[in-house]
Design a protein around this ligand. Structure first.
Ligand code: ZN
Length: 433
């Protein structure tokens, strides 16, 4: 590990506190800016696998007995879908919100597909692991109502001047990104919302609090560096981590999962992730291996979301991991799931088409089409040149966003044809520059 910048800066901030007599007390304190390290790959995820909830607590005993029951009763895989409201707090040094609604919806589509066992890499899963595939009946929706009962987009934006705010700490080691008073954004009630902060995180991709183990209740949630949030926008240029699976991994931690190889980053076969069906591995994998890889006398599941391989490699949770997460949700987040669904649904193809929003993300050469309403049928999306030649074809299932990467096409006029049920279809003209 190399020290990249050998400096320690101090900055002064005003902390506003309200005491019981509503007097305002202004404290001046010092916020240390941590020296930046050039981190190795082992530090991609800042969630420390050693953090466990107190093992002697009543809650932990409840969790363990529930887990044993859930593991022994595989029909839990068929339970009804739980919907979790998510609020995205963008904390940025840019003056306007750099994270678009399309980027957020795209990110939620990615994790919803991953959790249901239908992620983009599922067909790459090594055949020996296909029987282990877990399908979590969990869906993540943008919050539509804020803690005061007001309608919300589910996205907040806070401007900050603090670089790498997810690494900066204030009094008692509180991390700045989680607090209004420290230049970040105080989250919403963590018993009702999953708070996800988007903030600069040095060389880290992200981190999450473990169930029952956050140092402060304000710090319950997930942090993702903006470069690795979703698969379009700024994330579209993030190379091997630019497909949105970092949030899947951190959501796994948030629901209690440890890294698949066990605790810490040391290579050894003596520790475990405490999930019975995940193969024991010596340590993490990076990049995107292929074929069978053996350690600790078994084939390693390097395509598991809780490993550290590239986004193009991450494919699956196991049934045991899903049972583990469901047990953690029941024990530690009993009020988090809501009744209702992530989006409104419509049967009318023309109503659905009329409300589509079309946008172009130049940084990733991607056309984004997104809908507030879900049409419960697969649609076929085709792009034709003016000469009638078919240039692109893909299917759009029940996700809210559809991404068309048209970077391989020459400049010119194209027609996008979206076909719904039966013979109904609409055509829209687009121009590529
Ligand atoms: Zn991790």
């Amino acid at each position: 590990m190399m020290l990249q910048e050998d400096f320690r800066k101090e900055a002064h901030f005003d902390l506003l506190l309200n005491d019981s007599s509503a007097m305002r007390l202004i404290l001046i304190f010092t916020l240390f800016i941590i020296p930046l390290f050039s981190t190795g790959q082992s530090n991609l995820c800042k969630t420390d696998g050693k953090i466990d909830p107190a093992r002697d607590s009543l809650k932990f005993h409840h969790f363990q007995s529930l887990l044993s029951y859930n593991l022994a009763n595989p029909q839990i895989q068929n339970r009804s879908v739980q919907y979790f409201p998510v609020v995205i707090h963008v904390v940025s040094r840019q003056t306007t919100n750099p994270v678009s609604e399309a980027q957020v919806l795209n990110q939620l589509d990615v994790i919803n597909a991953d959790f249901s066992g239908n992620g983009e890499n599922i067909l790459k899963l090594l055949s020996e692991f296909v029987p282990l595939l877990g399908r979590g009946e969990m869906k993540f929706c943008l919050a539509t109502v804020d803690p005061n009962g007001q309608a919300t987009s589910g996205i907040t934006f806070t401007h900050t001047d603090i670089p790498n705010i997810a690494l900066q700490s204030g009094p008692e080691g509180r991390i700045a990104v989680f607090y209004d008073q420290l230049g970040g954004k105080t989250g919403w009630d963590p018993t009702r919302y999953i708070n996800v902060w988007i903030g600069e995180y040095g060389d880290f991709l992200g981190s999450a609090s473990f169930p029952g183990a956050a140092p402060f209740s304000e710090e319950i949630g997930i942090v993702i560096d903006p470069q690795y949030f979703g698969s379009i926008g700024e994330a579209g240029n993030s190379g091997v981590y630019g497909r949105g699976h970092t949030l899947t991994h951190e959501m796994g931690h948030f629901f209690g999962l440890k890294h698949i190889w066990g605790k810490g980053f040391d290579a050894n076969c003596d520790d475990s992730d405490d999930v019975p069906d995940t193969p024991n591995a010596e340590g993490p994998y990076f990049g995107c291996p292929s074929g069978q890889r053996i350690s600790c006398n078994s084939s390693d599941m390097y395509q598991n979301f809780m490993d550290l391989t590239d986004d193009r490699c991450l494919a699956a949770f196991t049934k045991g991991q899903v049972a583990y997460m469901q047990s953690a949700i029941e024990t530690y987040y009993p009020g988090l799931a809501v009744d209702g669904e992530c989006a409104t649904y419509t049967d009318s193809y023309s109503d659905w088409y009329a409300q589509l929003i079309w946008s172009y993300d130049a940084s990733s050469n991607t056309y984004v089409i997104y809908s507030d309403e879900i049409l419960d049928q697969v649609r076929k999306v085709e792009v034709y040149g003016v000469d009638g030649r078919l240039a692109y074809t893909n299917y759009w299932d029940d996700q809210q966003t559809h991404l068309m990467n048209l970077s391989a096409l020459a400049s010119g006029i194209y027609f996008v044809r979206i076909a719904g049920d039966g013979n109904k279809y609409f055509v829209r003209t687009i121009v590529l520059y």
